[in-house]
Write a protein that binds this ligand. Structure first.
Ligand code: ATP
Length: 320
């Protein structure tokens, strides 16, 4: 292999997501639930760098690297290999992931890395594909992956993979409570949701996003958005992870205008009006709330973006 090929590398930055609304409908025959969700990216980022190599490998570093698989179970590696197979690319790559998105935290970190790997490899291999053309592969990798190719704020339907844009102007300020203990398994939380519904004798209706949230997002009025936050998995997440009730209570008492478990949890997102309020709330939560990592982030932000592309460096660069 030439030096030129070995030195090619592309870095992609990708955010995590929260769900401003997650309406869980009936269980489908394929084992997924029918969903209506409003996705929203927030500024907590992973970085995925792909470099041409003779064999496939993945390395993981960063604040939340613990517990992320470095073998064939890594979703970013699966994404890169699936793209290579689909487009007949015969090169392999090394993937280096710098993780900051909580793992098994309900922020879709694995899906984010998969979206980033698709965008990075598409650029590395010069496939000239649009985001829309990457979507079918993204949807096969996971329900949240298509959204993280685009980012922003969007409605997801089906099992979350069918996207429609939401008109949302301006930004929202969030304080995130991130568990420093174990995360929650998404299938476990859905199963608990089904169990609780069965015990209560409730049947899920066909899910639809609420008009209140969509209207509130049009003007980005914090109080209206905060009042319209909804997550049908919240009760199940709290049932499996009871400290979440205390976290939600603490943030609300400290003045948050909205409080919600993100996706399948256990990350909790608090909505406030300004950067200054975000600082006050994070200081209060750190002092008086249940133990956890407290982070501040704004949203929405763009989905997977190439931030660095190191061009091939031929031997002439080494001759001085
Ligand atoms: P979601 O919100 O999409 O349901 P999550 O945010 O709760 O997911 P993830 O952080 O995506 O959870 O991780 C779920 C599991 O996926 C982890 O426990 C881990 O074993 C596996 N995994 C595979 N690849 C990755 C990756 N690149 N980053 C994080 N986890 C990964």
């Amino acid at each position: 292999m030439s030096l030129a090929v070995e030195s090619r590398g592309v870095t992609v930055r990708v955010p995590g997501k929260i769900n401003l609304e997650l309406v869980v409908g009936p269980l489908r025959e394929d084992g997924y639930h029918e969903l209506a969700t409003v996705y929203h990216t927030v500024g907590v980022f992973d970085y995925v760098t792909v470099t041409a190599a003779d064999t496939w490998s993945v390395q993981v570093s960063g604040a939340t690297a613990a517990g992320v698989p470095t073998g064939s179970g890594n979703l970013a590696l699966k994404a890169a290999k699936m793209l290579a197979r689909r487009y007949g690319v015969e090169e392999a790559a090394t993937l280096s992931i710098e993780k900051n998105i909580p793992v098994a935290g309900g922020m879709a970190g694995g899906s984010a890395d998969a979206a980033a790997a698709l965008v990075a490899c598409e650029s590395l291999w010069e496939l000239q594909l649009t985001r829309d053309e990457l979507e079918p592969i993204a949807a096969r990798l996971g329900s949240d992956v298509p959204f993280l190719l685009h980012g922003g704020t969007a409605i997801g339907s089906g099992r979350g993979e069918r996207l429609a844009p939401v008109l949302a102007r301006g930004e929202l300020h969030w304080v995130l409570w991130v568990s420093t203990e174990s995360g929650l398994s998404t299938p476990d939380v859905y199963a608990e949701c089904d169990r609780l519904r069965e015990a209560a004798g409730t049947e899920a209706a066909d899910p639809a996003p609420s008009g209140e949230l969509i209207a509130a997002l049009r003007t980005m009025q914090t109080a209206e958005v905060g009042a319209a936050l909804r997550n049908d998995l919240q009760e199940a997440a709290c049932s499996l992870y009871p400290v979440l009730r205390e976290v939600l209570e603490a943030g609300t008492t400290l003045g948050a205008q909205g409080a919600i478990v993100s996706g399948s949890g256990p990350t909790v997102a608090f909505l406030v009006g300004t950067q200054a309020e975000a600082i006050d709330l994070s200081v209060g939560l750190a002092a008086r709330g249940p133990a956890g990592d407290i982070r501040r982030a704004t949203g929405p932000v763009a989905g997977a973006q190439v931030i660095q592309s190191v061009a091939p460096t031929g031997p002439h660069n080494f001759t001085g």
